[in-house]
Write a protein that binds this ligand. Structure first.
Ligand SMILES: Nc1nc2c(ncn2[C@@H]2O[C@H](COP(=O)(O)OP(=O)(O)OP(=O)(O)O)[C@@H](O)[C@H]2O)c(=O)[nH]1
Ligand SMILES: [Mg+2]
Length: 471
């Protein structure tokens, strides 16, 4: 009796000690960055990922979940007090409530901590109790990520490259026209600077709608509380042999440098530099629908994004900001529920080809990368119709604008990705062979069984790639 009470007390004491120790020392934190350009599906992805990590019935490809080793998943206060919280409950209610709708657009960085209590695998499982792994999910606009490319550019380099890129674009002609009467060497006039910045911002807005992603400076599109401040009142100017003091060119140059040091650098120091794993969401089907130019731009943007994570670059950043190395980067094409599953492998092949190319272009080695086609929230069901004696694999869903149910066939993606990527690279204006459609579906009304998260496609694979090895 006495002995067993003693022994009992002893183990409890040891447990208490190991609890405090593990809390302070052994609770690993994974910082997962989620980014993508506007409307690429970040909010829906994070909401569905968290919901499916909390109720893991639909996560068979997440090995720790399939093995039953995840004992619990719960939300906790996030570690960064000054970053807005990701509004998980509001977004989930929008997606899965009685009148399901897509969440509102979000325009800033936010964060949430999900903690998982996990039993260790293999030999350790009998010896060790469960440990807690914290997953800090950070949602930030992809437009900000592309700004990283500005850090090692001078104002003259950035101006030259932007002016060269936009020269042939119809949407840039107003801005280029406005530049016509401007002498960078003349003395700075604030009214003129504001008109130029406004005209350049108007161009960026149009370029983004057209599907271009080389829209720097990113904060011109998402200014937040910086709107109207001098740090956002500049624009690219043609090179000058010499810019006198007090000239328009000099002032723009000064503001560009201020933008880098006061806007871009703090973001990378406080957020980007601390990320361990990164998922980049892309609306590949949207780009394919928009045509070869948008696909080409996506290809270049993926290379730009990879350059942001390139170890060499990170070394440069590390010196600057103390960055650590990102270990895994996933490029995921979202909204794959617009395609019948018979076409998913083709979309994945296209993403794979884009990623391979981006790795070569960015001279990227280092982090583990993968491409995937997924749907964060499945809004359609599959069907096969017979049309003119031919079988067509399509999807069905409720249309966003009319609320009516409809069958949808987006077009036949090629089995060989080169059929899309080479015309895109050669600057073709439209696809020769085929037309690709997109359609907006409303989220479907759901009845979830206990233990099941919202329906998705390959979200479990994405989770396995991103965090599976740490569970
Ligand atoms: N069918 C389908 N549509 C999706 C899915 N995910 C996102 N969408 C569509 O894409 C739109 C944008 O998704 P969000 O998650 O709000 O995208 P975001 O990147 O957070 O957008 P911003 O906050 O505006 O930058 C949604 O309103 C849906 O119309 C999906 O899994 N399936
Ligand atoms: Mg959002």
């Amino acid at each position: 009796m006495v002995i067993s009470t003693l022994a009992d007390g002893l183990t409890r004491q040891i447990e208490a000690v190991s609890d405090t120790l593990s809390e302070t020392l052994f609770e690993p934190v994974i910082r997962l960055g989620v980014t993508g350009l506007a409307r690429s599906g970040k909010t829906v992805f994070i909401t569905s990922l968290i919901a499916n990590l909390m109720d893991r019935g639909r996560m068979p490809q997440l090995v720790a979940a399939a093995d039953g080793r995840i004992e619990a998943a719960f939300l906790q206060p996030q570690p960064d007090d000054t970053v807005p919280r990701f509004e998980f409950e509001t977004h989930l209610a929008a997606l899965t409530g009685p009148d399901p709708h897509w969440p509102e657009s979000t325009r800033t960085i936010s964060e949430l901590r999900l903690s998982l209590r996990v039993r260790p695998k293999g030999l350790l499982s009998g010896l060790q109790g469960p440990r807690t792994v914290h997953l800090d999910i950070v949602d930030y606009p992809g437009e900000w990520l592309l700004d990283l490319g500005l850090l090692d550019k001078s104002y003259a380099e950035w101006s030259d490259s932007m002016l060269a890129r936009i020269a042939g674009r119809a949407s840039a002609q107003d801005y280029l026209g406005a530049l016509g009467g401007v002498d960078g060497a003349a003395s700075h006039d604030e009214g003129q600077a504001q008109r130029l910045a406004q005209s350049y911002t108007d161009y960026l807005q149009k370029a983004r709608i057209e599907g271009f992603s080389d829209c720097t400076p990113g904060r011109f599109l998402l200014p937040g509380d910086l709107a109207g401040s001098p740090v956002l009142t500049f624009a690219p100017l043609p090179a000058l042999a010499a810019a006198p003091r007090g000239s328009l060119y000099r002032e723009m140059q000064r503001r560009f440098d201020a933008y880098k040091s006061q806007v871009v650098k703090p973001f990378f120091r406080d957020h980007f530099a601390r990320i361990d794993r990164q998922v980049v969401l892309v609306d590949a089907l949207g780009a394919i629908h928009s045509g070869p130019r948008a696909v080409e731009d996506l290809r270049l943007a993926m290379a730009d994004i990879l350059s942001a994570f390139r170890p060499g670059r990170t070394a440069f950043l590390a010196r600057l900001l103390g960055a650590k190395r990102v270990e895994k980067i996933l490029f995921a094409a979202t909204k794959s529920d617009h395609l019948h599953h018979s076409q998913h492998a083709r979309l994945t092949a296209i993403m794979d080809a884009l990623l391979r190319d981006a790795r070569t272009r960015a001279d990227f080695a280092g982090a583990d990368t993968q491409a995937l086609a997924l749907a964060s929230l499945r809004a359609t069901t599959e069907d096969t119709l017979t049309h003119d004696g031919r079988q067509i694999d399509c999807v069905r869903g409720r249309l966003l604008d009319t609320g009516k149910r409809a069958a949808f066939y987006p077009g036949d993606l090629p089995t060989d990705p080169a059929q899309l990527l080479s015309p895109a690279r050669k600057g073709a204006a439209s696809w020769l062979e085929a037309d690709y459609e997109v359609m907006n579906f409303a989220p479907a009304a759901l009845i979830l069984k206990p233990g099941e998260g919202p329906p998705h496609i390959r979200l479990d694979r994405a989770a396995q790639f991103l965090i599976g090895d740490r569970l």
